[in-house]
Design a protein around this ligand. Structure first.
Ligand code: OGA
Ligand code: MN
Length: 302
């Protein structure tokens, strides 16, 4: 007798990496609707492991959107117009130039940061689907690396935790944008007055309780964090500098080495990340992306 398995019956297998973050998820076809039980299991795993990757997926942009929107409202990026035709929630990240025109944002995330910490409603998860991945000298290029902010919080000196408790950090979208232009030779033009007005600096608590794990995390990142509002400027700069060095230590890291067909999903509340730019302009990378806002994940936590 042939047994036909529906998605509901398949078993999701989650295998944790040997690193301080990351787990591989098998036994789920993300092009198909997800059962409530599988969704709950994946959301829990995302909080626990910080980064999930699903190898060998085959997705249309609309299916990526459908999967992503189970986790919350999708962000539509205002900073550029590299959107999938007809599906503005799906953005194209790529260094490919076609007929003289770039087909995607070429240098997304190429320094340590947290997605959307500059937004009033912060990001929950970012979901990337690898379509083209550069490969040279026996390994893929363009890794995405992560650090564990549960562990970074846990290992802060107790006096510093107590001192900073209740304080807030100002985050500014323009900090990362200008750093890319100044330090990385990015061709991105300065933000227009209109773009800046659409993304004014915002403040968030320096420590957050993670809505899934219920543990405290360090919520500051070198990409967007400008200052600790409650401290004098020089003390704020000194402490932020300490936090930026503390949070990227090797012992908190996991490096994802991409394969074509990977879906990579990370938790932006409990991790920070960095896109490693170790490939050339003629080595093509093409990723489709959905960003999920942390609206539902906080609503469901209460
Ligand atoms: C992002 C990002 C990393 C990558 O999309 O926010 O940081 O490796 N991307 O493309
Ligand atoms: Mn990012």
């Amino acid at each position: 007798m042939t047994r036909v398995q529906s998605q509901k019956e398949t078993t999701v297998q989650i295998t944790r990496s040997s690193h301080p973050l990351g787990a591989m998820v098998e036994g789920v076809d993300l092009s198909q609707p997800l059962s409530d039980a599988s969704f709950a299991e994946l959301k829990h795993a995302l909080g626990k492991y910080g980064v999930l990757w699903y190898p060998h997926q085959q997705l249309e942009a609309a299916q990526l959107k459908q999967f992503a929107q189970r986790f919350g409202t999708l962000e539509i990026n205002v900073a550029n117009n590299f959107q999938e035709p007809g599906i503005p929630e799906v953005m194209v990240l790529s260094n490919i130039v076609r007929d003289g025109k770039p087909i995607g944002l070429a240098d997304a995330g190429q320094s340590w940061h947290t997605d959307m910490s500059y937004s009033r409603t912060i990001a929950f998860t970012n979901i990337l689907y690898g379509v083209k991945i550069p490969f040279r000298d026996g390994h893929s290029r363009g890794n995405t690396e992560f650090c564990n902010m549960h562990a970074a919080y846990d290992e802060l000196p107790e006096e510093l935790k107590a001192y900073l408790e209740g304080m807030t950090v100002e985050h500014d979208f323009n900090k990362f944008w200008e750093m890319m232009r100044r330090e990385k030779g990015s061709a991105r033009p300065p933000l227009t007055a209109e773009q800046r007005a659409a993304k004014p600096p915002v403040s968030h608590p320096i420590f957050l309780t993670h809505p899934i794990t219920k543990r405290r995390v360090l919520y500051a990142n070198p990409g967007y964090a400008m200052r600790i509002n409650e401290l004098p400027e020089d003390e704020s700069a000194q402490i932020l500098d300490f936090l930026f060095q503390h949070q990227v230590q090797n012992r908190y890291r996991y490096k994802h080495q991409w394969s074509v067909g990977d879906v990579l999903m990370w938790d932006n509340i409990g991790t920070i990340h960095n896109a490693v730019a170790d490939y050339r302009a003629d080595e093509h990378r093409l990723i489709k992306r959905c960003q999920v806002i942390a609206d539902r994940v906080f609503e469901e936590a209460v």
